[in-house]
Ligand binder design. Structure first.
Ligand code: TQI
Ligand code: ZN
Length: 162
């Protein structure tokens, strides 16, 4: 079952900004922005939530960054492998991806960005880990799956919050 990670947003319209894009050159900003929009859309599709993208110089509820090593919080990233990403609980809104990982979009190799984004946004919205292995909130990074769907646990978890 899902667990509540701690807190929730007190509003249902949330803004987000991609403040730092991955340094991997072959990933276009547009493609990255598209994956983030789809990942947030996965949650918005099943709960009373709306996400509005804003420019990176504007203040946003959810701040997305690809960063490596020490990056200004208490949880420095660790190079390739192990920790891939982390998110803070509501209403802090930090979603960080380890820029040292081989992030990929719609590929079976590398580290799937969409899956990690859905998982981390789940945390940023207030969800904890699920014990159900097929839940996106199960703490194991999934690979690319063109027919990805949220598990009923994920849906119940987000609907309980919003
Ligand atoms: N990052 C951990 C995670 O997102 C961070 C973490 C550890 C955590 N304990 C926690 C977060 C307790 C909230 C509550 O779970 S991780 C993914 C990804 C990681 C990353 O890099 O180890 C997944 C673990 F990136 F795919 F989303 C699982 Cl699915
Ligand atoms: Zn997690």
């Amino acid at each position: 079952r899902f667990s509540i990670f701690g807190g929730k947003w007190s509003k249902q319209n949330l803004t987000y900004a991609i403040q730092r894009y991955p340094s991997i050159k072959h990933l276009s900003r547009l493609a990255v922005a598209d994956e983030m929009e789809k990942a947030l859309g996965t949650w918005a599709a099943v709960a009373e939530l709306n996400f509005l993208s804003v420019q990176r110089n504007e203040t946003a509820d959810i701040e997305i960054m690809f960063v490596s090593g020490s990056h200004g919080d208490e949880m420095p990233f660790d190079g390739v492998g192990k920790v891939l990403a982390h998110a803070s609980s509501p209403t802090s809104g930090k979603v960080h991806f380890d820029d040292d990982e081989p992030w990929t979009i719609r590929k079976y190799t590398g580290q799937n960005m969409f899956y990690a984004a859905v998982h981390e946004f789940g945390h940023a919205l207030g969800l904890g880990h699920s014990k159900n292995t097929t839940s996106v909130m199960f703490p194991y990074a999934g690979m690319y799956d063109p027919s990805f769907r949220l598990h009923s646990d994920d849906i119940q978890g987000i609907q309980d919050l919003y």
